[in-house]
Design a protein around this ligand. Structure first.
Ligand SMILES: Cc1ncc(COP(=O)(O)O)c(C=O)c1O
Length: 500
């Protein structure tokens, strides 16, 4: 018998690329293994995983929220309630009892759209957030936002015909899923000089190009707050995007998984597209995605999330239900995580003080690390970095010496890949090169997360590496004795299309 080879497989799958877990991440794992040996000979003692928004990953060690885990523990093993009844807060015990009465054992399949009571709670959360009604029947619980995005793209795409507008840079879930279903990616570039703003003109020119190429644009993807950019849309831009969807009959896919990661909420608030669509009384079809993986919960491994359908007909919703049924149901542990996400403890609940302390601490750490990293990166020669107001990332731009670009070409790599590989090999810091998210020709970036503790130490290693890299490739660097004492942020909050 002939062995199974790649040529026997679905050619669409061979085209899928996912940089966040690509070459750099694999190399980082190898180095982590190597560090186990006392004679590893590496110039660092730990690998810093700044490549992935996975807050509880070993080494990042963001603490879990006690409330969430106590409810989860009681759902996993109901007899625990007897043991902890005088020790754990009453609201935890009540929540677990309520969920248990509704669900029974979490070892059973649930409704394919998710447990009805939890969908009801999601709808209440949305109503409270937006001030507009939400119907539990419009809510689908999913195995993380990724499963929701995949389901929606699957049903929207006619292979090799349907075009989907995606921001560049983008989170590679979108290009990967489009490749999987043979959809056509219609890239629109975000504007870095304007704080990664979203430009209507860019989207219109992508639409015009699609028409010329015979591609049928069907959907617009917006990631807000952005990954990898951290930009947050202002309401005017959101309204313009909704109008554009109306004009071109586009379905809007609003990826809002970072809605709780706001570093400067007073000046840079989050508005949901659901709210904007309702305020405008717009008929555009909208799918909005949320997740338990981000925010301050960081429960990535539980695989919990949801999407809400707005202006979606019963007929289409029934089809989505049919497709959701094919995978039976989202994981129950993820669904319970969603319940805790949308119904956190309230101010008078016994769990509230601890929950507040834990969430405030995480928000403060993420904010402080983002600001410090942006400040220090901006002080480096050949680096500029938008100081993200949201999400979990910075996306600095690199001016690389010509010799580094030539060397990368010689090795068959992108210049920012070469930079990221050397950074990993010399410091143990793992980032994702910009080529994995998409960027303009001739530009170089990398994405790093604000999730790594010990930021002072690790930013210093990054600075030293950068200066050495420039010098190795023949650039004379005058900044050799540490960062300037004060660094100015460029204020771009007045620019339209972003809140920076
Ligand atoms: C913009 C964006 N959307 C979706 C996801 C997927 O999240 P989940 O773990 O909920 O599938 C991520 C994960 O990093 C993301 O950054």
């Amino acid at each position: 018998m002939r062995p199974l080879t790649l040529t026997d497989l679905n050619p669409a799958i061979l085209k899928v690329q996912y940089a966040v877990r690509g070459e750099l991440a694999i190399k980082a794992e190898e180095l982590r293994e190597k560090l186990q040996s006392e004679s590893h000979g590496l110039p660092f003692n730990k690998v810093i995983s700044s490549n992935i928004g996975n807050p509880q990953q070993r080494g990042l060690d963001q603490p879990y929220l006690t409330f969430t885990r106590q409810v989860a523990a009681l759902m996993e093993y109901p007899p625990l309630a007897e043991i902890v009844k005088d020790k754990w807060p009453q609201d935890v015990l009540d929540r677990a009892r309520e969920l248990h009465e509704e669900i029974g054992s979490i070892g059973a399949y649930s409704h394919s759209k998710g447990v009805p009571l939890i969908r009801k709670h999601v709808a209440q959360f949305i109503e409270e957030r937006d001030g507009y009604p939400s119907d539990p029947e419009d809510i689908f619980l999913t195995a993380g936002a990724s499963a929701g995005v995949s389901l929606i793209l699957n049903v929207l795409i006619t292979p090799n015909v349907t075009g989907v507008l995606i921001p560049i840079p983008q989170y590679p879930l979108y290009t990967a899923t489009l490749a999987q279903y043979s959809g056509v990616a219609l890239p629109y570039h975000l504007s870095e000089p304007e704080g990664w703003s979203t430009s209507l003109e860019e989207i219109k020119s992508a639409l015009a190009k699609a028409e010329k190429d015979g591609v049928k644009p069907r959907a617009l993807v917006v990631i807000n707050p952005g990954n990898p950019t951290g930009a947050i849309l202002d309401k005017d831009t959101m309204r313009n995007l909704v109008n554009l969807c109306e004009e071109h009959s586009l379905v809007l896919l609003a990826d809002e998984v970072y809605q709780a990661n706001l570093h400067r909420p007073d000046t840079h608030p989050f508005h949901s597209f659901k709210q904007v669509v309702r305020e405008m009384n717009s008929p555009i079809p909208l799918f909005s995605f949320h997740s338990i993986s981000k925010g301050v919960k960081g429960e990535c491994g539980r695989r919990g999330g949801y999407f809400e359908c707005t202006n979606i007909s019963d007929e289409v919703r029934a089809l989505l239900y049919k497709m959701a049924s094919v995978s039976l149901c989202p994981p129950l542990s993820g669904q319970i995580g969603v319940d805790c996400l949308v119904r956190p403890p309230r101010p008078n609940d016994p769990s509230y003080p601890l929950w507040k302390r834990e969430t405030d601490t995480i928000h403060a750490a993420l904010r402080q690390r983002t600001q410090l990293m942006a400040q220090r990166l901006n002080a480096l020669p050949g680096v500029s970095c938008v100081d993200s107001p949201g999400a979990l990332y910075l996306y600095p731009k690199l001016e690389l010496p010509d010799k580094a670009v030539e060397e990368a070409r010689r090795l068959g790599k992108q210049p920012d890949e070469l930079y990221a590989l050397q950074l990993l090999e010399e410091t143990g810091i793992c980032v994702v090169p910009g080529s994995g998210f998409g960027q303009k020709d001739g530009e170089h970036h990398y994405r790093l997360t604000c999730l790594c503790p010990g930021v002072e130490e690790y930013v210093s290693a990054l600075e030293n590496f950068h200066l050495k890299f420039l010098q190795n490739f023949g650039l004379r660097v005058s900044w050799l004795f540490g960062p300037p004492l004060s660094v100015q942020f460029i204020d771009i909050s007045h620019i339209k299309g972003t809140q920076q």
